[in-house]
Design a protein around this ligand. Structure first.
Ligand SMILES: NC(=O)c1ccc[n+]([C@@H]2O[C@H](COP(=O)([O-])OP(=O)(O)OC[C@H]3O[C@@H](n4cnc5c(N)ncnc54)[C@H](OP(=O)(O)O)[C@@H]3O)[C@@H](O)[C@H]2O)c1
Length: 188
């Protein structure tokens, strides 16, 4: 089975994803969806979540590392991960992909989720292993300083039984869970 990079992100109407190294919104049910999607796995294996160093820094200490998942953190410098279980640092996305493609390592994880931020999403969407983008579209504008990269034309919308199709609502804010698949993805 070829590696599949699944991206998961929540964006507002102006494609913003963050502000002051935090999320611009508080949507508990959307956060629960993120946790469910990135945690659910088969055969007692954990999933891998790949994130940039700033996203790692933005996770409150009590939720770090993201539990029941193997945390991969990308940084060009040295990230201090002592004392954190199931956490590994990589100097590039390619280095992380090499690890994921290692024959023995492949036996220990199930799905791979890229969880941001901006440049990590961009590099992942440009990678041949980019499979799907799970995008929560929030129907509101927020003031943001970090944005989701431009989507290109190689995506088609698909369905997934695990993902509700109806419009969601929390505290008067509407959002919808969309899934886009990379039409250029090929099993090797
Ligand atoms: N709405 C969402 O779904 C969502 C998801 C994730 C994050 N966010 C938000 O987005 C913001 C954080 O995202 P961000 O885009 O600012 O930062 P980020 O992507 O999380 O982290 C950027 C850092 O990652 C490292 N990095 C980036 N590209 C790399 C590469 N190709 N190879 C190795 N290391 C690489 C560098 O770390 P070093 O500087 O250490 O070298 C860089 O400074 C926060 O506001 C967060 O709350 C939102």
């Amino acid at each position: 089975m070829s590696l599949k990079l699944n991206l998961i992100a929540a964006v507002c109407e102006n494609m913003g994803i963050g502000k002051n190294n935090d999320l611009p919104w508080r949507l508990k049910s959307e956060m629960a969806y993120f946790t469910r999607m990135t945690s659910e796995s088969k055969n007692n294996k954990k999933n891998v979540v790949i994130m940039g160093r700033k996203t790692w820094d933005s996770i409150p200490p009590k939720y770090k590392p993201l539990n029941n998942r193997i945390n991969f953190i990308l940084s060009r410098s040295n990230v201090y991960l002592d004392g954190y279980k199931d956490c590994f640092a990589f100097k590039s996305l390619d280095e992380a992909i090499d690890k994921l493609n290692n024959k023995d390592y492949k036996k220990i994880y199930d799905n791979v989720w890229v969880i941001g931020g901006s440049l990590i999403y961009k590099a992942s969407m440009a990678n041949k292993y980019f499979y799907r983008l799970y995008l929560t579209e929030i129907k509101k504008q927020y003031d943001c300083d970090t944005y989701f990269p431009k989507l290109n034309g190689n995506l088609k919308e698909v369905k997934d039984d695990c993902v509700p199709e109806e419009v969601q609502e929390e505290n008067g804010i509407s959002f919808v869970y969309k899934i886009y698949e990379n039409i250029d993805y090929k099993e090797e």
